[in-house]
Design a protein around this ligand. Structure first.
Ligand code: HEM
Length: 261
């Protein structure tokens, strides 16, 4: 088969032709009004995410450097508001960071961002558990703590399914285990990807809800007035809405494609 035939044969495969269409739309970069508005919205999201992380670390270093809860809040903000949000925003067709990137590079950047997010998530979780143990307080009682725990559990599941979809890149024992499990459960790669996306959307939504509930804990209410906490909640909700709506739309498209097959 010559190269032209190979390309046309590949584009018959739905996944490949979709990826090609997305890449073309990313590469086109035509200076239309719509592209300009989307790019502006995307830039504002990056600026907002960075500002929130800088603010939380500044607040922690300025007022409560020895407070473990201050570090918990900063690390979770870095994990969810920055890394997890960026991990979703890079897939936006008009992303100012990854416009023109191929699918392979996007996936690589996605898992690097999500892995870093996961490391800070684990650190934030360890710190708050140590802090509560030190002061003999009961665990997972408040609505913030319960939502936060649910977000962390979901994030672990998202990572597991993410690694499961990348079986070709693992050590032989894990490859064997992953393939046998997939075979015995009768799962296809498209099922694993769908579960990864669905859990990802869920984990992100629950995590951002925990972030907002964090602004209404006694610790934070003693530190900042109501107006500031409401302002932070609105900013967090706006940022998460962009990433959440985009991720839900692509999850909907993925589900529709799977049901059509
Ligand atoms: C996505 C972001 C966040 C997640 C997933 C999260 C998760 C958690 C979890 C699981 C606990 C319970 C630990 C335990 O009971 O042993 C907790 C406690 C706590 N978090 Fe967060 N947190 C987040 C962000 C924040 C933020 C932004 C603040 C403050 C502004 C904050 C303040 C607190 C405080 C004061 C506690 C101790 C009181 C309580 O248990 O409710 N958290 N967090």
């Amino acid at each position: 088969m010559d190269s032209n035939n190979t390309v046309s044969a590949l584009s018959e495969i739905p996944d490949v032709s979709n990826a090609n269409k997305k890449l073309e739309s990313r590469k086109s970069g035509q200076p239309s009004f719509r592209v300009a508005i989307f790019s502006l919205g995307d830039s504002l999201c990056h600026a907002l995410a960075i500002s929130m992380v800088v603010y939380f670390f500044w607040d922690c270093l300025n007022q409560s450097i020895s407070s473990l809860t201050g570090w918990h809040a900063s690390l979770f903000t870095l994990a969810y508001v920055f890394f997890m949000t960026e991990g979703l925003l890079i897939f936006l067709p008009h992303s100012v960071i990854s416009r023109g990137w191929g699918h392979k590079h996007l996936i690589k950047l996605h898992w690097i961002l999500e892995l870093l997010g996961f490391i800070f998530l684990a650190s934030g979780m360890t710190i708050i558990i140590v802090s509560k143990n030190q002061s003999n307080r009961r665990h997972f009682v408040s609505s913030h703590a319960i939502t936060g725990l649910a977000a962390v559990i979901l994030a672990v599941l998202v990572s597991l399914f993410g690694w499961w979809t990348r079986l070709d890149r693992q050590v032989p024992f894990i490859v064997f285990l992953g393939h046998s499990l997939k075979y015995h459960l009768g799962l296809k790669m498209s099922h694993l990807k769908l579960v990864h996306s669905a859990l990802g959307v869920g984990s992100y939504g629950v995590g951002m809800a925990a972030q907002i509930l964090g602004y209404f804990t006694h610790y934070y209410m003693n530190k900042h007035d109501a107006e500031w906490r409401v302002f932070l909640s609105v900013m967090t909700a706006l940022l998460s809405l962009v990433a959440f709506l985009f991720a839900s739309t692509s999850l909907y498209k993925r589900t529709r494609e799977l049901l059509r097959k």
